[in-house]
Write a protein that binds this ligand. Structure first.
Ligand SMILES: NC(=O)c1ccc[n+]([C@@H]2O[C@H](COP(=O)([O-])OP(=O)(O)OC[C@H]3O[C@@H](n4cnc5c(N)ncnc54)[C@H](O)[C@@H]3O)[C@@H](O)[C@H]2O)c1
Length: 419
């Protein structure tokens, strides 16, 4: 596989304040006086601007009410890559959406794109909060009437999880418990949970079905499996409708070029293959390092199942529509087809038009040869199949966004003192 380094950012506790239709929360953080003054000034300026621009200004919060015919979805992690794409799709389908994100990894710029696309009152609100803060979570659920939760928010890098496991158990497992407790307390009826193929570990038999035994081998996969177990145990005693979606490797971006994947520069090296390919194509890194060419696969490099984010989001909407009270659905979300690293790199070269330099190195310990899904169950039960299965096409779309957004979303979260 490709070679990745590591970096970390730490989510911080938060203190909520409400302004018009947009909630912002001050991070409780130490800093010098001048820094605090600058932060306060920036916040006030931004808040005035936001309130002036906000169509929710002077309108009662519709987010606090249940309205017949309107489904209000809480999207945790909605400022992130997949969550922002899911929000776009939900808004397009007339759902009401509240995003909760601590911007530790997401982008305020993505939220602004969504707000600009759907400025009408009662469509989208953004709450800046940390899901590790029980008081904030409870307040959010007390002040809003959610019909469903799509719980995307998580730290999500395998390599980082091995270096900082407690962060992963806290952020994934413990935060999911808090969200679930609040859902139960406030009678929220549906949960769509973002899980991962990393919960399966290293199965010997391919393709992976939902029956494949889950033996995760890193803290990321273990934290997600624990969160799944908590949800499953809880659902035995509850009428909540639950869907657990185990994604394979997510790529691509909005075909209309409104959203993209913009990880923090310090996280780029962590690791997603598409990000590394684009960084190499843009000359940010000198080239790609492919680790292992002697696996028992057709061309010797590792094989993975790449799912386009548009298809993934489609699976979420179908899951939401088909979720049934008192029932749990568990589904793999993949294409069912594996592609090798060499194939991926070839597709990336074609998509970017850049002859990316590739170094082939010995295997990295812990990488497994082949991982791909059996998506039969989701096809039969949710009538979902992956449609965007041409790697080059998915990468071309993502590359278009990357090329026109050299600085990601361009709005620095630094204005909130987050980074
Ligand atoms: N990208 C993939 O290939 C992939 C594969 C399998 C599963 N997943 C899962 O999908 C979900 C979304 O992943 P992504 O790729 O969009 O990641 P991402 O980092 O782009 O988005 C995650 C979002 O969650 C937010 N967040 C993190 N901790 C938070 C906290 N404590 N409180 C509030 N917000 C918090 C971040 O700021 C970020 O906006 C994750 O649960 C991840 O485990 C992703």
């Amino acid at each position: 596989m490709l070679s990745f380094g590591r970096a970390r950012t730490q989510p911080r506790a938060v203190r909520p304040t409400t302004m018009g239709g947009i909630d912002f929360v001050d991070p409780k953080r130490k800093g010098n006086f001048v820094g605090k003054l600058f932060l306060a000034g920036s916040l006030i300026a931004l808040c005035i601007l936001t309130i002036k621009q906000s169509p929710h200004f002077n309108s009662a919060s519709r987010f606090a009410l249940r309205e017949p015919g309107v489904t209000h979805v809480l999207v945790t992690g909605g400022a992130g890559y997949i969550g922002s794409h899911a929000t776009l799709r939900l808004l397009r389908e007339n759902y009401r959406v509240t995003i909760v994100d601590n911007l530790s990894r997401g982008n305020l710029g993505a939220v602004r794109v969504l707000q600009d696309l759907f400025p009408e009152p009662g469509r989208l609100q953004f709450i800046y909060a940390d899901l590790g803060d029980a008081k904030s979570v409870n307040k959010i659920f007390s002040e809003n009437k959610f019909d469903a939760v799509m719980h995307f928010a998580a730290v999500a890098y395998v390599g980082e999880s091995t270096m900082d496991p407690l962060k992963y158990y806290h952020n994934i497992t413990s935060n999911t418990l808090l969200v679930l407790e609040s859902m139960a307390k406030h009678d929220v009826k549906t949960l769509i949970y973002s899980s991962t193929c990393a919960t399966y570990g290293e199965p010997t038999k391919m393709p992976i079905t939902e029956e494949t035994t889950q033996v995760p081998i890193n803290p990321y996969g273990k934290a997600k499996k624990m969160a799944e177990d908590i949800i499953l145990d809880f659902s035995k005693t509850s009428e909540m409708a639950v869907m657990i979606l185990r994604y394979f490797n997510v790529i691509g971006s909005d075909p209309e070029g409104r959203l993209g994947e913009a990880p923090r520069p310090e996280l780029r090296e962590q690791g997603r293959i598409s990000g590394a390919c684009f960084d190499a194509a843009r000359g940010i890194i000198p080239g790609l390092k492919v680790r292992g060419t002697d696996y028992k696969t057709a061309d010797g490099t590792c094989v993975r199942d790449y799912i386009d984010v548009t298809d993934l989001v489609d699976a979420h909407v179908k899951a939401l529509q088909k979720a049934q009270p008192g029932k749990v659905g568990i589904y793999n979300v993949g294409t069912g087809k594996g592609s090798s690293v060499k194939e991926f790199v070839a597709a990336c070269k074609k998509a970017t038009g850049v002859d990316i330099k590739v170094d082939f190195l010995p295997r990295r310990p812990g990488d497994y040869a082949e991982v791909y899904s059996d998506p039969t169950k989701i096809k039969h039960e949710l009538n979902w199949t992956a449609k965007h299965i041409d790697l080059k096409e998915s990468l071309s779309i993502a590359w278009r966004w990357q090329k026109s957004h050299r600085d990601g979303y361009g709005i620095p979260n630094v204005i909130f003192g987050i980074i």
